[in-house]
Design a protein around this ligand. Structure first.
Ligand SMILES: Nc1ncnc2c1ncn2[C@@H]1O[C@H](COP(=O)(O)OP(=O)(O)OP(=O)(O)O)[C@@H](O)[C@H]1O
Ligand SMILES: [Mg+2]
Length: 248
């Protein structure tokens, strides 16, 4: 049975009179993996921040599990955000905490008892293949290992949705492949829904069931990567085609 996890309904956002998101609507089904592509400044990160309610749209609704993220009071958002994990390009790890302590942080904030926390951290270390590095500090890790910590931390509270903003952009091609394999495994075996931003068309092909093309704050295409990334498709009549053609 198809279940809608996220429904973005006509959201717009401006900064100082400059419209960054314009009448954006799309839905994401539970278990789906959706890529967002578009030129620098198109509004991708702003859109992703709206999906986590770090940014509020000026108009429109964002329904996540039936609740409107765009209008929910901050207090309720704190609880809802635990169901939405975020992975960043530059990992955003705390240098003064070990790998295990970085992963445990969201669980500490959520008030999980220590024994339960340790059990969950051990599961996550296993999932991302970092058991042997649990006591290391981030400075001693490679970029790929740091991103595995970032992914484990994002998954700590068992989210229903994982948002990735250029999660592999700081990594070499080989490490990118291993992180994509991990994200694919998380999507397929855990059934976790993914929404990810990327500038790499290979990432869209390997990870996305669907791709949205954003152009100056508007969605100009929405469909399977095999259709959208075809150089000679119907998209050639829309503005986003230039971006796709120049990167694929
Ligand atoms: N808090 C803010 N205040 C003012 N302008 C902002 C703010 N956040 C984003 N913008 C503007 O919104 C536009 C879109 O930015 P955004 O970061 O969403 O783009 P992007 O598609 O993620 O680009 P990139 O691929 O370079 O990461 C830019 O013009 C940016 O300057
Ligand atoms: Mg961005």
């Amino acid at each position: 049975m198809v279940m809608t996890l996220l429904a973005v309904e006509a959201i717009s956002r401006s900064f100082a009179g400059h419209t960054v998101l314009r009448d954006i609507s799309f839905t994401v089904q539970a278990g789906e993996s959706v890529g967002i592509i578009g030129r620098s400044g198109a509004g991708k990160s702003t859109l992703l921040r709206c999906l986590n309610a770090l940014e509020r749209p000026d108009t429109g609704r964002i329904l996540f599990e039936g609740q409107d993220l765009a209008h929910l009071p901050e207090k309720q958002l704190v609880l809802l955000r635990r169901k939405i994990g975020v992975v960043f390009q530059h990992f955003n790890l705390l240098s003064s905490r070990t790998v295990a302590a970085n992963i445990a942080l969201p669980l500490e904030i959520a008030g999980m008892p220590k024994a339960q926390r340790q059990e969950r951290v051990a599961e996550l270390l296993h999932l991302v293949g970092l058991e042997e590095h649990a006591r290391k500090y981030p400075a001693l890790l490679s970029g790929g290992q740091k991103q595995r910590v970032g992914i484990a931390r994002a998954l700590a509270a068992n989210p229903a949705l994982l948002l990735c903003d250029e999660a592999t952009s700081a990594l070499d091609p080989e490490t990118t492949t291993s992180i994509l394999d991990l994200l694919n495994q998380i999507n397929k075996t855990l059934g976790l829904t993914l929404v990810f931003i990327t500038h790499e068309m290979d990432v869209v092909r390997q990870l996305g069931h669907r791709v949205l093309v954003l152009e100056q704050g508007t969605i100009v295409a929405d469909g399977p990567p095999a259709d959208i990334l075809k150089p000679d498709n119907a998209l050639s009549s829309v503005k986003g085609a230039g971006y796709v053609a120049s990167y694929s």
